[in-house]
Design a protein around this ligand. Structure first.
Ligand code: BQF
Length: 295
């Protein structure tokens, strides 16, 4: 028998977290007669985004939270979207809300995120929350990086002194992860390298990673030859590739799973790895919002 990596089960871990949140929500409902309320704004009809928002709504309800989704057509102007945000900022019934990304090209995403009240920014995308996270103050942390740290913690993966290579430098995943993994904390205390589209000798660097976090946005980009024997491989990618099944597609990550699993010590699958954790951590942030933990 050939050896294979231990699977880091995000689906199972996310279910555990939802159970923990559900118990806390029940306590809040007992005391205040209402649960935390998460709202979502979605603009346009991108099928993947529709799926994500539906998952978030279902997950919120599954833990006893209230969930409201506000749907706007593709042609919605930036001004209209900003007004919708003002409305939710000022609605005391809403504990936290998200604006589903990506937005249509005619809308400036930075302006939109800037408009969200930081105390309701459960996605942790507002510059105030990003800044606080960066200097170690209590803040909403972007759900995907938070979910990855939670997986490392629950699987008791050692991070101190390890070389953590982050592939990708997005505002939502790569950048915050690189900051968090370098912090004096657990998980953290790692030596962090950020790689991106201009990185020279990429495979030479990834091969030195004890922990390899793949968030480049290119399907099955990371091959076995880029991975060190015994590495921990976290796959943040999520891509629909056409397949001969009912849906007409299947999901793959940024990692060529089958070949990399033979080399890694631990690996997250796609689906069922980081994705479900992203949703669970959004609920955790919403619970924090209802408890007014940070603001
Ligand atoms: C799973 C996202 C790119 C751009 C915008 C579970 C999700 C995905 C996969 C999910 C994502 C990706 C979300 C699985 C939310 C993660 O079982 O593997 C859940 O819903 N995600 C998003 O809201 O916006 C994105 C990826």
């Amino acid at each position: 028998m050939e050896k294979t990596a231990t699977l880091i089960d995000g689906k199972k871990t996310a279910q555990q977290i939802r159970n923990e949140i559900k118990a806390e929500v029940a306590t809040i409902v007992d005391k205040h007669e209402k649960g935390p309320h998460l709202a979502a704004i979605i603009v346009g009809d991108d099928p993947a985004s529709q799926t994500y928002v539906a998952s978030k709504e279902r997950a919120a309800k599954s833990v006893g939270m209230t969930s409201s989704t506000y749907r706007y057509p593709e042609e919605t102007t930036e001004e209209e979207l900003l007004s919708a945000i003002d409305f939710l900022n000022n609605d005391s019934e809403i504990d936290g809300f998200i604006v589903q990304l990506p937005l249509p090209a005619h809308i400036n995403v930075d302006k939109v995120i800037d408009r969200i009240d930081p105390s309701k920014d459960v996605d942790g995308f507002h510059p105030v929350n990003v800044g606080k996270m960066a200097i170690g103050q209590p803040a909403y942390v972007s759900a995907t990086p938070a979910g990855i740290l939670e997986l490392l913690k629950r699987y008791k993966i050692e991070t101190e002194g390890k070389h953590c290579v982050v592939l990708g430098r997005s505002n939502i995943v790569g950048s915050p992860l690189s900051i968090l993994m370098a912090k004096k904390a657990y998980p953290g205390n790692a030596t962090v390298t950020v790689c991106h589209s201009k990185t020279q000798n990429l495979a030479g660097i990834t091969k030195t990673a004890d922990i390899l976090i793949c968030a480049i946005g290119s399907p099955q980009f990371v091959k076995a030859g880029m991975v060190k024997e015994g590495a921990v491989v976290i796959d943040v990618g999520i891509h629909r590739i056409s397949a001969d099944n009912e849906k007409g597609y299947r999901l793959v990550g940024d990692v060529a799973f089958d070949e990399v699993a033979k080399k890694a010590a631990y690996i997250t699958p796609v689906p069922g790895g980081v994705g479900p954790m992203t949703i669970a951590m959004l609920l955790k942030n919403t619970l924090s919002a209802a408890k007014k933990e940070f603001y």
